[in-house]
Each structure stands twice: as C-alpha cells, then as structure tokens.
Design a protein around this ligand. Structure first.
Ligand code: SAM
Length: 234
C-alpha cells in the first residue's frame, strides 16, 4: 500500500475510533443518531420474503444493519457486516445484543477489498459512505462488479458514495489532501455505476452537494462533496 493510502487509513482509524468510543448508537447528535432514510425506505421491498440475506460493507457499528435486523426480525434475516476496524465490529456486536438482534447480525473484521462476495448470494447489498475508501479506482470498479454478481434475482444494491471531494483550510484557503482513497468526478462515478448496473431498475438516483467543516490536524477544513445515492434492483 502506498504512503498516501497509509496516511488516509491512519486518519480514518483515528477519527472513527474516537466517535465509536464516545457516541452511543441511536442516542447521539452525530450521524450515529439514526439510520439513513434511503435504507429505511427499503424495508417494504422485503415484505414478501420468508428469509433474507443482507451484506453491509463498511458497516461501522451497525447504524443501518441493526435497524434492518429489527424491522426484518420475523423473516430469518441474516446480515453480514464487514468493517476494517476491530472496534467497529466489537461495538456492532454489543449493539446487536442490546437491540436483541444478535442472532441476525454476523460481524466480520475485514477490508471491503478482501471480503469475497459469493455470486448470487444476497438479497440486499448496501455500502454507505465506505466504497470510496477502497484502495484504488481499480478496486472500486472490481468490487462494484462483484457486488453486481452477488445479488440474487430481484435483489437490491444501495450505494451512498462521496464524489468530487475538496478540502480547504478555512483560514488560508489552502487546498488540503482529501482523506478519501478514491475521489472520482461525479460524472465519472455515475458512468461507472450505470455501466455496471446496466438494465437494472433504478429505485433512487440523486446527487446532493454538501459542505461541512471538520477538524484536521489542528486546523479546520471545509469539505465539499457531491454525495451520490444510487439504489437499483435486479
Ligand atoms: C463513515 S463510516 C460509515 C459506517 C456505516 N456504513 C454507516 O452508515 O453508519 C465508514 C466505515 O467504513 C469503514 N471502512 C473504511 N474503509 C474501509 C475498507 N477499506 N474496508 C472496510 N471498511 C472500511 C470505516 O472503518 C467506518 O466504520
């Protein structure tokens, strides 16, 4: 792995460890406070399933998976949750017990790159704010193709991915290196997604520009990003 990736991974580890140690799932004023609406909106798609297999890549402490496990509890639901960080998977397992869904949640410490998705094995694969953290553009495209092959008939892929990310020092306006391994132009990202999932039914597709300030090594950085939401059904 090159030094840029090492640097980004070290920063990511630091910031996520801090938030996972400090904040409590579903009772936090941060992004851990509630599951994302796009995932909540998927529940009705599985109302006729007797069993359901889900994969959550870069699952964190289970913000979206624990919600789904609760909602799909009567359906023999099994959710494989993959994250690079031990602390994320430890907290995820505790959260699963606390919310009484431990039987449905399978925590796996692995990188997204190293986790092999068996073909035709999942009804839902979601990757929320994590696919841009694979180590290269090649890994990004090849993981998307693996995701495509991993979905059963009528299954759903739900992706939320940052694109065209810029960071500026708010005091000096100096450009900073965005802490994302893969930083594609938004149109480039959309083209890749539409190529890989050609002929799938689009459930939701949008791009939302976001701007926020984050602490970065003793300075404040203004981060701008185009967040791509892409939900498709086979
Ligand atoms: C912004 S958090 C989002 C967590 C979760 N998807 C959610 O929506 O709450 C990104 C997560 O991806 C994990 N992550 C980052 N790069 C990864 C990689 N290459 N492989 C596996 N997990 C990764 C981080 O450890 C972190 O828990």
């Amino acid at each position: 792995m090159d030094s840029r990736i090492d640097r980004i991974r070290e920063n990511e580890k630091k910031s996520h460890t801090e938030i996972y140690q400090k904040e409590t799932l579903y009772s936090s004023s941060t992004w851990l406070g509630k599951p994302i609406k796009t995932v909540k909106d998927l529940v009705p798609y599985f109302s006729n399933h007797e069993s359901i297999r889900v994969l959550d890549l870069g699952a964190g402490v289970g913000r979206n998976s624990i919600f789904l496990a609760e909602k799909l509890k009567d359906k023999h639901c099994r959710i494989d949750c993959v994250d690079l960080l031990d602390i994320a998977i430890d907290k995820l397992k505790h959260n699963a017990s606390d919310f009484d869904v431990a039987d449905s949640i399978n925590g796996i410490v692995s990188s997204i790159e190293d986790y092999t998705i068996e073909p035709n094995s999942y009804d839902l694969i979601m990757v929320v704010s994590a696919l841009e953290h694979v180590e290269s553009e090649e890994s990004f495209v090849s993981k998307l193709k693996e995701i495509e092959r991993g979905i059963r008939n009528h299954g759903i892929v739900c992706l939320i991915i940052n694109s065209e990310i810029c960071e500026l020092n708010i005091e000096t306006s100096e450009e900073l290196e965005p802490q994302f391994e893969v930083n594609l132009l938004t149109t480039q990202m959309q083209n890749i997604l539409n190529d890989v999932f050609e002929n799938w039914t689009v459930i939701k597709e949008n791009v939302v520009s976001q701007k926020y300030e984050i602490p970065r090594d003793g300075i404040t950085s203004r981060l701008t990003t185009n967040v791509v939401t892409y939900v498709v059904q086979r």
